[in-house]
Design a protein around this ligand. Structure first.
Ligand code: HMG
Ligand code: MG
Length: 300
């Protein structure tokens, strides 16, 4: 059955911006985060402590956290951390929550992390251990949970193996990434069922759908019906992964809120304020937001 309330995990400042080729000024990023919080988004992933050579857009992670001050800290402001170097950087700035990001396929592990699946789990293990020792909240992303641009459809058993190996490190939450947006509703049901069979219940799962094929909202509702209560979304529908061919933006937060409002499911989000934020961000980026709901509600 559908829930009374859903937690939106906003990824706009991280997933949304990481793909932008023109570097967005730190002050604009900080304003973006503040506007999102003011619009009622409790959880906002703010940036990544990855290699600046790999993701130049987020090379200002330290400056952004400094600029945000207390607003950038706490359990509901996660940052991406791939390795111990990233963890050191994040902890020096007092973060309270991190997200590691693994893969369901060998090809994407190589492309995104420069290592095999097994080596990437080895890289994450001390990160999670140290984070838990310091009482940080830890999320584990798994990318390519449905399709992979190089390997094609990914078997649910293979995805579940990857999920298990990351959750065994001790992460609090798992986020299932449909990085290139090819997943469909039956596939979502099958994966959630396989995970449940292995003891990974819907209560620890978030869903992360990119909307490349227009399936993100349908897939989200399917996941909600299966008991999932955390949904990743990106304001305006910005985003994509620079290391995955054909990845476009995430499910737009506005599209999600419109659907959930219609169902009477609480999110705490003020849709009008969010649309204003997307219109403002579109001006900064020099092009309209991909979200259909933003277009409709902003008269554009
Ligand atoms: P490495 O093994 O050190 O490899 O990095 P490298 O030899 O390419 O190193 C690159 C340089 O970065 C070196 O410095 C390192 O010392 C340095 P140089 O010798 O050039 O001076 N370095 C670092 N600097 C700062 N902070 C660090 C750090 N680590 C190394 N933490 C690494 C391996 C994993 C770090 C690299 O491959 C990397 O940064 N990858 C990140 C890729 C990325 O951010 N992708 C996008 C996020 S994932 C995603 O979008 C999917 C998701 O949304 C879910 C979904 O949709 O499926 C989460
Ligand atoms: Mg993503």
């Amino acid at each position: 059955d559908l829930p009374d309330a859903v937690t939106i995990y906003e990824v706009g400042p991280r997933d949304g911006l990481q793909n932008e080729s023109t570097v967005v000024p730190t002050a604009v990023k900080a304003d973006f985060v503040r506007r999102l919080v003011a619009a009622g988004l409790g959880t906002v992933e703010t940036t990544s402590f990855v290699s600046p050579r790999w993701v130049p857009q987020l090379a200002d992670a330290e400056d952004l956290l400094t600029e945000l001050g207390d607003e950038g800290l706490g359990h509901r402001r996660p940052v991406l951390v791939p390795n111990e170097r990233g963890l050191d950087r994040a902890m020096e700035h007092g973060v309270g929550a991190i997200a590691i990001f693994g893969s369901a396929t060998e090809t994407f592990a190589q492309r995104n992390l420069g290592r095999s699946l097994a080596e990437s789990v080895q890289m994450f293990a001390p990160v999670v251990r140290r984070a838990l020792d310091s009482d940080l909240w830890v999320r584990a992303y798994v990318s390519m949970c449905f399709g992979d641009p190089w390997e094609g459809p990914v078997p649910v058993t293979q995805v579940a193996d990857a999920c298990e190996s990351l959750m065994e490190l001790g992460a609090h939450q798992l986020s299932l990434g449909d990085t290139i947006g090819t997943g469909t509703t039956g596939h979502v049901e099958a994966l959630l069922l396989e995970l449940e069979r292995r003891g990974i219940g819907a209560d620890v799962i978030g869903v992360h759908f990119h909307d490349t094929y227009g399936q993100a909202l349908a897939n989200t509702l399917t996941a909600l019906r299966a008991g999932v209560r955390v949904v990743d979304a990106s304001t305006g529908g910005l985003g994509g992964c620079p290391y995955a061919r054909s990845a476009t933006g995430n499910l737009a937060t506005e599209d999600l809120v419109w659907a959930l409002d219609g169902l009477g499911i609480r999110t705490g989000v003020d849709l009008g304020a969010l649309v204003e934020t997307s219109v403002w961000m579109a001006k900064q980026l020099g092009r309209p937001a991909p979200s259909r709901v933003v277009k409709a509600l902003s008269g554009g």
